[in-house]
Structure formats: C-alpha cells, structure tokens
Ligand binder design. Sequence first.
Ligand SMILES: NC(=O)c1ccc[n+]([C@@H]2O[C@H](COP(=O)([O-])OP(=O)(O)OC[C@H]3O[C@@H](n4cnc5c(N)ncnc54)[C@H](O)[C@@H]3O)[C@@H](O)[C@H]2O)c1
Length: 463
Amino acid sequence: MPVPGPGYSITIRLEAPPSASAAGDLTGAVGRVGGVITAFDVVESHTDRIVVDITCNALSANHAQDIQDGLAALPGVTVRKVSDRTFLVHLGGKIEVNAKIAIRNRDDLSRAYTPGVARVCQAIASNPEDARRLTIKRNTVAVVTDGSAVLGLGNIGPAAALPVMEGKAALFKKFAGVDAWPVCLDTQDTDEIIRAVELIAPSYGGINLEDIAAPRCFEIEARLREKLDIPVFHDDQHGTAIVVVGALRNALRVVNKNIEDCRIVVCGVGAAGSAIIRLLLKQQPADVVAVDVGGVVHGGRDDLDPNREWIAANTNRNGLTGDLHKALVDADVFIGVSAPNLFGADQVATMTKDPIVFALANPDPEIDPLEAQRHAAVVATGRSDYPNQINNVLAFPGVFRGLLDAHAHKITDDMLVAAANAVADVVDAEKLNASFIVPSVFDPHVAPAVAEAVRAAVLQAGA
Ligand SMILES: NC(=O)c1ccc[n+]([C@@H]2O[C@H](COP(=O)([O-])OP(=O)(O)OC[C@H]3O[C@@H](n4cnc5c(N)ncnc54)[C@H](O)[C@@H]3O)[C@@H](O)[C@H]2O)c1
C-alpha cells in the first residue's frame, strides 16, 4: 500500500488562535486525513494569533487538498498559502552553467577569450582529437530526448520532458561529476533525430539517449553508433540492463544458483526488456523466455517486428508458446519490465524452488511485492519504498565517468557487463542477503567502482 512521500510534500502557511491546544489541533487535523507531518514551524507570534508553517507529505494532489481542507475547517484557522515543495524545487530549472575560471581583468580575458583562445582553436583544427583535452568535450554528455516515452507519462513532448532531463543532468553531476546538458528535440522523426544529434555531437564526449519510445529508439541508437566517434548509450535500455543483470548476479548468489542452470522469463520486450535480454544472453543462461502483450515470443508468431524477430531467434530453446502464466511454470527467475498486476502468488508457486522475482513495472509492479514474497526467495522492484530498488542511477553516472575518462569512442556489450559486475560487487559477501542485493543509490562507492570497471574495459577493447 502506498504511503505519503516527499514527491507530494506541501508547506501550508496558516493563522491559528494562540491557544495551548493549537499545535495538537493542527497536527491532529493533518493526521486524521492521513498526512505525515515532517516540520512544524511557528514563523510569527502575536497576542491574538500565531502564524505556522506545516510541512507534510501527502499521497497525491487530491490528498494534499484534503489536508488543506481539514486544517481550514478548524475553528479560528485561516489558510494563507500552500506551497508545493516539488514545484518550488523546479522554479527556474534545476541546473546552471558555471565558469571554471575567474575573469577578473584584461589579462584573464585575453587568455580565456580573444586573442589567446585563437591559438587553442588552431591547435584543435590541426588535431581534432585535442578537443577532448582542451574543451568541455572532455567531460560533457548530451541528454537527448524527443519526449515520446517520458517516465510513465507517455508521449508528452520535448518541453514537458525537460524537467526529467534536467534531473538527469543533476544526477550525472552529483554522482560522477559529469557535466550533462538536456537536449530536447522538437521532432519525433527518426531521421531528423539522428541528424540533429549528429550535428551537435562535436561539443560532447558522449550521447545519453533518454525516454525515446521503442521501437524507434533501437534504430536511432544503432545508426548513431555507426555515425559518431563518441559513445551512444540509451539509458532506458542499457542503464536498466546493467542494474538488472548486476542485481541478478547477487540474487543468484543468495539462492546459491548458477545462471547457466537458470530458465529466465523476461516479460516486456520494449526498450528495457530487449536490452535486458541481450545482456542476459551474454551470461549464457540455460534459457530465456520472452513474453510481451501478445504472449510468449516465438518464431511462429506473425506479428514480430525486427527486434522481436531477433529475440525469437535467440531465446526460447524449447519453442514454448502460450501466455505468461504458462512461461512461469518451472522458471527460476522472473524479470518484468511490462505492465502492472499480471500475476499473483499462485503463479510464483509454480516456479522452481527459491524463485527470484524482479517486478519492475512502474509505478505498479507486475505482482504486488508482498504477494511475491509469499513464495519467492528474492524480490526486487523499481520502487523506493521496498528493499532491492532497481534504479538506473546505480549505472549511468559511473558508466559515463568511465567512458569520458578513457576518451572512449564507442561503447560495447563487454563494457556493459563490466559495469553490471561492478554494481553487484559493491555489495560484499558480509552485506549480501535477500533484502540487499543492490547497493544504495547513495553509496559513494558505486559510481567510482562502475567508472573504473568501464574505463578498464574501454582500455582493454582499445575503444
Ligand atoms: N529501473 C526500473 O525499475 C525500470 C527501468 C526501465 C523500465 N521500467 C519499467 O518497465 C516498464 C516498461 O518500460 P519500457 O521502457 O521497456 O516500455 P516499452 O513501452 O518500451 O515496453 C513495454 C513492453 O511491455 C509489454 N507489455 C505491455 N503490457 C503487457 C502485458 N499485459 N503483458 C505482457 N507484456 C506486456 C509490451 O508488449 C512491451 O514489450 C515500465 O513500467 C517502466 O517504468 C523500470
């Protein structure tokens, strides 16, 4: 059951009578409608009234309104203003550009800008590779979207996608010191997106594609990888795959199974599921069975696009047909990146002994995690209010840190595998258990470990 969280945090400024019971009356009114108070500040005090800021977490915008109404209904209370703390965080955007150098006088100016800068330009003109040493290309990534598959919101367009891209850029900086900049393109045409990214590429050391809908995202990524001499990474695909494969490595350690012996069901073969399957196949599991909205993916289906044709050709060794429930029978692992509430505890009971269930559909997973726990040995979700949160933040900052530090020109599957192993190995044997298969997103060891693994893989590949 969802609980009030900081995503819907509000601060209500109100006037109340200065009575001895004021604080109790106010907090009681919030508690009665299920709000969770996180701060109570008296900001003004007068003989006839007090002015109070009550900050509390709610479940939704409607719930926030209920809290406000509950307070306003108290005798003598007047609500002055309600601030949505999430909107306050976004006022004017969440990132900015800062100069790394001081420009205090004419000397500084003539080195940072003309005439001095001209010699640096000439050096790059005669040796373009120097751009990675002498410009922001060294540390800068474009976060490119067309706004077509933003969070669970769908196709909301490039301007509405910007708050997400800004957030992504802030995470790049916070976790790995990478300067990332949102590039929200006003087109959803594959050729135009590719051309636009190609045209802006000289300024960047890497391209992070974000929230671009499947199947268009596959072609865009593949063609950009062909064209550009910098790494191109679609986080919804590969960031997810890295964390899932890393988490699975640790989950298998918990249940003492080898991936070579495991039958893995992957439900959802969109952006996330397809990349997960490709990375899983590198680990040589006994079998992978893919399922989408049309049931088990197999070569006999006549509705397959090129992506699912590839999946049909490379998975499902026994030619299974049917639905998800059938695929789950005797499976060792379920990985869901599809849709909410597709099965229950009864289906988990049909899996092998000590099954692993990763139900990652957001915000509501394929199975209620509490249901899954009735029979599963390890359960993971995408949610922050359950243990084992599969969160891409564990991967993308360190991946790009490593790529930029190694001056990588491309990214390979071996680098993704190295990143997945690094995420897993941050959880050492003393900490590993069924409720702790991935490190915390705030664990400061994660990004450096991933970066080092990716850097080493780049150097090994000579990429
Ligand atoms: N870290 C995470 O937790 C994480 C990461 C990536 C994606 N996700 C979640 O995974 C889901 C899919 O993301 P995506 O970007 O791959 O989306 P997508 O739209 O590209 O793909 C969705 C896939 O789910 C399948 N599907 C839809 N309904 C289904 C059903 N009833 N039964 C079986 N399959 C069904 C579709 O056929 C498609 O293959 C979303 O809920 C997303 O939030 C979670």
